[in-house]
Design a protein around this ligand. Structure first.
Ligand code: ATP
Ligand code: MG
Length: 423
């Protein structure tokens, strides 16, 4: 026997036993996105590597060690499987001039790829739903994005399972001044920095504070705070954002250590976190990135967005028992004997036209074994067709879920009869 082939580690199949849960989640998302006026954008999964390096930043986890990059053997270009959705979306916005004299509210959904150590809530192919609101300065849109995400948790039944953390990163100049002070502070503590910390001291000192190393927490807590370096405009933006979130009645925690792992953020940043998924607690993360569009060659325009890890939300929904049961068909058609196949097939077509979902048993099998399959299918009713029914243009309808007797009805009345037994 040939050796069995397997999926790539950290890249999962979604099998029929679970795919309906994804569909439920995706359908909820589509309705929610439409309610806030967002439009779908679909970009390629592969982009040129420099796009990600330029937007996400050289000294970040993603660019340093997580990207699936490869050389296009035809022309030597370096290509990368997208690790996140913002870069490709903004590339497309600039390329197609979508911000000419207008704003945009865009969403995307699909697989992302990062070479990480697979564990619960962390995969090498995972899925994100993300939005980008472009051309708006905020803080009103920053607050609407919080309102929007809060509303999604409400719709999913997760409002009590997630907490909002917010922070401000100020603007470029403020971050530069803070950075100088931070480097000076870290230099005094260089002896206790771990390897990552030492490497990032000069290249990305803010990220040194974002450490998960408990030995560094105290040092990180006492470090110079960006909030002490904010100017009036940044302060006003942050206060304005908070006032609107307060007006919406959405609780939050201010977390001055929240810096986000990607370089492009400024001003408002936020995360929705849960304590119910172990270490992989961030289910949704985002913020403002006012310089990014220009950095990618577009006319300067502000932007804000977020990415949500779909697997993590699904894990949370599963843990809380909030996922729907498998959807089954309305009708299972049992058929056997002379002329039964064609008769059943015509009937199935007309039932589908009437809005019922139908499985017709295929192939020869005894009535008994077909009835077993009808039961197992989860259908609301079985329709039974033998030579007798073909001859009289009738059908036997047998309720499978309701406690009711079977009936014989004329073929023309079957659709209406099925409706009576559908939940
Ligand atoms: P983390 O700190 O968990 O590594 P991150 O800061 O790298 O997250 P982002 O780049 O902000 O994550 O991506 C947005 C969201 O996508 C995360 O909050 C998380 O829900 C999800 N996510 C990120 N990486 C993975 C992964 N490898 N597997 C599953 N979900 C992921
Ligand atoms: Mg990460």
């Amino acid at each position: 026997m040939a050796q069995k082939l397997q999926a790539i580690r950290g890249m999962n199949d979604v099998l029929p036993a679970e795919s309906h849960q994804w569909e439920y989640f995706e359908n909820t998302l589509r309705g929610w996105l439409a309610d806030y006026g967002y439009q779908n954008i679909r970009t390629p999964i592969v982009e040129s590597t420099p796009l990600f390096v330029r937007s996400i930043g050289e000294v970040t986890d993603i660019v340093e060690k997580e990207m699936y990059s490869f050389t296009d053997s035809l022309n030597g270009d370096s290509l990368t499987l997208r690790p996140e959705g913002t870069a490709g979306t903004l590339r497309a916005v600039v390329e197609h001039n979508l911000l000419y004299n207008t704003t945009q509210k865009l969403w995307y959904m699909g697989p992302m790829f990062r070479h990480e150590r697979p564990q619960k809530g962390r995969y090498r192919q995972f899925h994100q739903i993300g939005v980008e609101a472009l051309g708006m300065n905020g803080p009103d849109i920053d607050a609407e994005i919080i309102a929007m995400t809060a509303e999604l948790w409400r719709r999913l039944g997760l409002a009590d399972s997630v907490q909002l953390e917010i922070n401000t990163l100020g603007n470029k100049e403020e971050r530069a001044a803070h950075r100088e002070a931070l480097i000076a502070y870290l230099e005094q503590h260089v002896a206790i920095l771990d390897e990552d910390g030492k490497r990032r001291l000069y290249s990305n000192p803010l990220r040194v504070l974002d450490t998960k190393n408990p030995a560094l927490q105290e040092m990180a807590n006492a470090a110079p705070r960006l909030s002490d370096y904010l100017g009036d405009a940044s302060r006003a933006h942050y206060e304005g954002w908070k006032a609107l979130i307060d007006a919406l009645g959405i609780p939050y925690v201010e977390n001055p250590r929240l810096v986000r792992g990607l370089d492009y953020y400024n001003q408002s940043v936020f995360e929705w976190v849960t304590t119910e998924l172990g270490a992989q607690g961030t289910v949704c993360a985002g913020g403002r990135y006012d310089g990014l569009i220009e950095q990618l060659g577009g006319k300067p325009a502000p932007g804000i967005g977020f990415g949500m890890g779909m697997e993590r939300v699904l894990l949370l929904l599963a843990e809380k028992g909030l996922l729907p049961a498998r959807r089954s068909v309305d009708v299972f058609i049992v058929n056997q004997g002379q002329g039964a196949t064609a008769y059943a097939m015509q009937l199935a077509q007309s039932l589908r036209m009437a809005g019922h979902s139908v499985i017709q048993h295929m192939g020869d099998a005894s009535f008994k074994s077909q009835m077993k399959k009808a039961d197992g299918s989860g259908a609301a009713v079985a329709l039974i067709i033998g030579e007798n029914e073909v001859a009289t243009a009738q059908v036997v309808i047998k309720p499978l879920r309701a406690d009711a007797a079977q009936e014989t009805v004329a073929a023309a009345d079957v659709a209406a009869a099925v409706s009576r037994f559908k939940s």
